[in-house]
Write a protein that binds this ligand. Structure first.
Ligand code: AKG
Ligand code: FE2
Length: 488
């Protein structure tokens, strides 16, 4: 016991001094924590207030969507660390509970959102600085990208070997770091930036940037080595053609992107032959209610049927699909991980004709539109495209087919939504773009009358720039059409 002698009490004062010290540090630490948490709080609140004014408008913008996903993955993880650091069991369990009961995006979502921004910039040639400010062809998002975001995008581009875009994003990251600060280190930005401009052939800028990096970290060994190397190369320039030419792309991809951007249209000689007409054959019912058809291309015929779905039917399709939408994934044979198909970013649901009267009616209408039988057709496939969602050029006919139904002879693709920007259906071989119009359908034969695949029907769904794209597809198969579309 300590009360029996003064010496014991003196020791207690030492204990007290230690406690004061510890408590002081704890308060300082918590104060700092709280300051940071307050900033997160204000930031989340500002974001939510803006977003909740018009939720649909907000999330159909790819920058807003990316920021939202980032706030609920990376940012929230940091908040959780700050809160649980205090070892307060009650708060720990509250946070755990939110994780259990609410929906959170995953790292893969964040990755996908970054990929989407990159794809959109590439396809639609978006200006880096404007995109970082949250501007997409004149439309301003309510969010902006930070220096950290720009750096993440740049790093991803670097990993894919796209030095041209890496350099643009690192430059933007640096500008934003100066203006607004951030957690990314300037030395990291400079290192990626220098290397990507070097790979682009700009050795003197690479040297400048490396020198800037060395001002910050004078003993950075890689930078010192590169500086030596760049200086050598400036004195004895190497053959420029050896540098990577990653901005030279293959022609088909270039045509595809041009079609997506509406930079190519049919030549006059072809477009002047196109007509609009009322179709009233195929069934007596069409005498009363003919279809309004527009030719988008002749041989192969690409037809647009206008106003063939009612809003009611569209709502039914979307609603039935909503709870069943799944992302197609495959197992990567190397990593054994489930991965998304990079060439098709969307969610898909299948609906049977008999599920709802509206679907049965629409299926009947498809028979009237095409003059074919649906006895061997597939169920309706309803698709919703996510952020930057797309479907790269492909054929609808398959290489292996079930002889009982044959291959996909004809595609009937309904648009269940308008798309604010982007999202065209394009045919690179014949240079046709069809723009989604809610309630219309685009129809084409995938097979020649002989049954061979028609190579000219290669087509794609362009990345959705702004908006949400919904389609429903009916694939009609060969069997049963022998007398309806006879072989010539
Ligand atoms: O989304 C589009 O416009 C095209 C979709 C498509 O080609 C398909 O689903 O097979
Ligand atoms: Fe397709």
């Amino acid at each position: 016991e300590v009360f029996t002698a003064i010496a014991g009490l003196e020791d207690l004062l030492q204990t007290e001094s230690r406690l004061i010290h510890t408590l002081g540090n704890y308060i300082k630490d918590q104060g700092k924590n709280l300051e940071i948490l307050k900033r997160y709080y204000q930031n989340y609140k500002n974001h939510y207030d803006k977003a909740s004014k018009n939720v649909h408008l907000h999330v159909t913008n790819p920058i807003n969507a990316y920021i939202l996903i980032k706030k609920l993955t990376l940012d929230w993880k940091r908040v959780e660390v700050l809160i649980t650091r205090s070892h307060n069991l009650e708060w720990k369990s509250r946070l755990k509970n939110i994780r259990k009961t609410m929906q959170f995006p995953t790292e893969r979502d964040l990755d996908g959102a970054l990929d989407a921004l990159i794809r959109l910039q590439d396809t639609y040639r978006l200006d880096t600085a404007a995109l970082a400010r949250g501007e997409i062809s004149g439309v301003k998002s309510s969010s902006e990208l930070s220096a950290d975001d720009c750096f993440q995008i740049g790093r991803k581009l670097y990993e894919t070997g796209d030095n041209y875009h890496t350099q643009l994003w690192m430059k933007e990251a640096d500008a934003r770091l100066w203006e607004e600060g951030g957690t990314v280190r300037r030395s990291d930005i400079l290192e990626y930036w220098a290397y990507s401009v070097y790979k682009q052939g700009n050795v003197s800028l690479a040297l400048d940037l490396t020198n800037k990096l060395l001002e910050i970290l004078p003993y950075h060994s890689r930078a010192l080595r590169n500086k030596f190397y760049y200086e050598q190369e400036l004195q004895n320039p190497v053959d420029k053609t050896k540098k990577d030419q990653d901005h030279v792309e293959d022609v088909e991809k270039e045509v595809y992107k041009k079609l997506c951007r509406a930079e190519i249209s049919l030549p006059e000689a072809k477009s002047s032959k196109l007509k609009c007409f009322y179709q009233n054959s195929n069934h007596p019912f069409l005498r009363i209610a003919p279809f309004k058809v527009e030719q988008a291309h002749l041989d192969p015929d690409i037809l647009i049927f206008h106003n063939v779905l009612s809003d009611c039917e569209i709502e039914t399709m979307k609603q039935l699909a909503q709870s069943r939408l799944v992302t197609a994934v495959f197992e990567n044979p190397h990593s054994k991980q489930l991965e998304l198909f990079p060439f098709r970013i969307s969610k898909v649901a299948w609906l049977e004709d008999q599920e709802h009267q509206h679907l049965a009616v629409v299926a009947q209408r498809v028979a009237h539109m095409t003059g074919l039988t649906l006895s061997t057709a597939e169920e309706f496939q309803v698709v919703n495209y996510g952020i930057g969602g797309h479907y790269e050029p492909h054929f609808d006919f398959q290489s292996t087919v079930d002889p009982a139904i044959g291959s996909r002879i004809e595609t009937v693709l309904f648009y269940l939504s308008d798309v604010e920007q982007g999202g065209a259906t394009v045919f690179p071989e014949i240079q046709v773009s069809v723009w989604p119009q809610k309630g219309s359908a685009v129809v084409w034969f995938n097979l020649h009358p002989s049954g061979d695949g028609d190579q000219r029907t290669k087509h794609a769904g362009c990345p959705v720039l702004i908006g949400s794209k919904w389609i429903a597809t009916k694939w009609i198969h060969e069997r049963g059409q022998e007398f309806l579309r006879p072989c010539t």
